[in-house]
Design a protein around this ligand. Structure first.
Ligand code: FAD
Length: 232
């Protein structure tokens, strides 16, 4: 479906990540993990980008997407928008979804690849699916972690949800996990990975290396679900 959506709220998640909220039409149904096409005026022409829905289907009053601000033209135009400005929304789209169909899942994201994962975690938390989730989220530095407090709170209040942040360029005062996602890290935090359906989302180079790693670890291809956040 396509509709016009005045922005109702803008939330700064990190120094370069913002969430945009608008009213959810009553008949708009979607699954956690799906994306929208968001059209906005950019230098006098409409441009559209695929952006994942970061809200959960359980949230009836609003829809939310979350954009990494790249300094490029679409990004700058979106960053300059204020509540009341109108987006053209088309969707939902995509098959990188979770509706409670697996008992045990692993989520692995790099950078802004967190957007479908937060939707899935919010969905599982709100609708009490009881899904056993291990979420491995990779970023460069601590200030890049989006939704960090919300995820850590979900991890604390749901015994079956474990959230691990790894940093590739951590400061010396970071006490958590460090380094790129690798086999020893996965075996440390997700020792039963072979029993899980694995969702992977991030920029294309990260996706390629994580998929190769998972296949080498013996995880069947059919057990790996992927969404590459390619730019176009
Ligand atoms: C299914 C799917 C879901 C996605 N979900 C998300 C999401 O939830 N959040 C998110 O942030 N992204 C998401 N993306 C990626 C998103 O659609 C954009 O492609 C990405 O964020 C880059 O946007 P931009 O604002 O930099 O775009 P643009 O301004 O159009 O730039 C796109 C590319 O063009 C080039 N370019 C443009 N202008 C310049 C310039 N001035 N100088 C140099 N190079 C330039 C760069 O190579 C740049 O990477 C998703 C992609 C897909 C396919």
């Amino acid at each position: 479906m396509e509709f016009e959506a005045p922005i109702t709220e803008i939330i700064e998640q990190t120094h370069d990540v913002k969430s945009f909220r608008f009213k959810r039409p009553e008949d708009f149904e979607y699954k956690a993990g799906q994306y929208l096409f968001v059209s906005i005026p950019v230098n006098g022409e409409m441009q559209r980008k695929p952006l994942t829905i970061s809200s959960s289907p359980t949230e009836k009053d609003h829809l939310e997407f979350t954009k990494k601000l790249t300094g490029h033209e679409y990004s700058d135009a979106l960053d300059a928008m204020v509540p009341g400005d109108v987006l053209i929304i088309n969707g939902p789209n995509g098959r990188f979804t979770f509706e409670g169909e697996y008992n045990k899942i692993a989520l692995i994201s790099g950078g802004i690849g967190i957007t479908p994962m937060i939707s899935i975690c919010r969905y599982c938390s709100d609708s009490k699916t009881g899904t056993d989730i291990v979420f491995l989220d990779s970023n460069k530095v601590e200030s890049d972690i989006a939704f960090g407090d919300e995820l850590d709170e979900m991890g604390r209040s749901h015994p079956n949800m474990k959230v691990v942040h790894t940093l590739t360029r951590a400061d010396t005062d970071w006490l958590g996990c460090t380094g790129r996602i690798c086999e020893p890290m996965i075996l440390d935090y997700i020792s039963d990975i072979l029993e899980r359906t694995v969702y992977v989302c991030g920029p294309p180079p990260m996706m390629k290396s994580v998929e190769e790693l998972l296949l080498n670890m013996g995880i069947p291809k059919e057990q790996i679900k992927k969404e590459a956040l390619v730019g176009f």
